[in-house]
Design a protein around this ligand. Structure first.
Ligand code: 13P
Ligand code: SF4
Length: 304
């Protein structure tokens, strides 16, 4: 038996013994995805965590995702296997900066992408994900919106909701900013029959040149029902594992060179094993933050 297989078996045994559940984001390494009880996008994972009977949730992803699971299931123990697995995009805005924006635009509703720390969610009126951002902004009861932290998703939202004024924070994701129109044109030339699917964290010119802008879960859904057989994918390369696994008759190509989110790749089988063995690293949040942040997440469902 290979070392990885033996380690995976040890993880599954320990998981059973501790009545734990393992959830993993679509960008995790294939070995983690294959072992997880559930693989999905950031919102699906948090929603699923709420319904799990387990005493312990091991969240293979980045910190804001594990925090969201804790906010929605405060009585459960949530572990993030790698303490340093953060999301640089989530950290592009501080609470002081958001408070100052709120002061500047007192009538605006704050819509925050889920890629934000719990402290930002606690100052937010309503959260959104990349799959529901347009619907949320359309439906909130204000004409003016402060949208944080991703400027590309903010631009995409403003384009699709022209009747509202969207004040956009200028944060971005270093992984998705690497996709460019030159690579897109080359990929299309090489695969003329392929549809181009990109994440709305990509630069605006890349979104405009693509056929669809979709969240990771949106891509998986789209591909399943699409009549086409070839797809060029503009998001973190980890998604290709699930796309290929779920669609054996279809072909997938990375848009240009494969782009990797190093934080997502920090969760190895060894890190997951240590997390389960040593109960590390537990997500702890202040009650007050949990209660306020929970309101913004629950409203998201209300405004869809
Ligand atoms: P999804 O919500 O589409 O899973 O995306 C999260 C993310 O971090 C994209 O970079
Ligand atoms: Fe954050 Fe970008 Fe990584 Fe997503 S891909 S977790 S937005 S750094």
């Amino acid at each position: 038996m290979s070392d990885n297989k033996a380690l995976a078996q040890k993880i599954l045994q320990l998981k059973k013994k501790k009545n734990a559940a393992i959830v993993a984001h679509n960008y995790q390494i294939p070995e983690i995805q294959d072992l997880a009880d559930f693989v999905g996008d950031s919102l699906e994972l948090s929603k699923t965590s709420m319904t799990l009977e387990a005493d312990l949730i091991v969240f293979c992803g980045v910190r804001f995702m594990a925090e969201t699971a804790k906010i929605l299931s405060p009585d459960k123990k949530v572990l993030l296997p790698v303490r340093e697995a953060g999301c640089p995009l989530a950290d592009t805005i501080t609470t002081a900066e958001l408070l100052s924006l709120k002061k500047q635009y007192p009538d605006a509703w704050v819509v925050s992408y889920v890629n934000t720390p719990a402290s930002i969610k606690a100052l937010t009126d309503v959260c959104c994900t990349s799959s529901n951002a347009i619907a949320v902004v359309k439906n909130v009861p204000s004409k003016e919106i402060i949208f944080v932290p991703d400027k590309n998703l903010g631009w995409w939202v403003q384009k699709n909701v022209p009747e509202k004024r969207v004040i956009i924070w200028q944060g971005s994701c270093f992984v998705h900013e690497q996709f460019n129109v030159k690579e897109l044109a080359e990929a299309k030339k090489k695969h003329p029959d392929a549809e181009v699917l990109v994440h709305p964290e990509c630069k605006r010119e890349v979104i405009e040149a693509a056929d669809q802008a979709l969240s990771t879960a949106g891509m998986l859904k789209y591909v399943k029902q699409a009549l086409g057989k070839e797809f060029i994918i503009g998001t973190e390369e980890g998604i290709l594992h699930k796309l290929k696994k779920e669609n054996p008759g279809k072909e997938f190509y990375s848009l240009g060179m494969a782009k990797t989110c190093i934080n997502m790749k920090k969760t190895t089988l060894n890190a997951l094993y240590d997390s389960l063995r040593l109960d590390q690293f537990e997500i702890t949040l202040e009650r007050d933050i949990i209660e306020k942040a929970k309101v913004s997440l629950e409203r998201m469902v209300q405004y869809l």
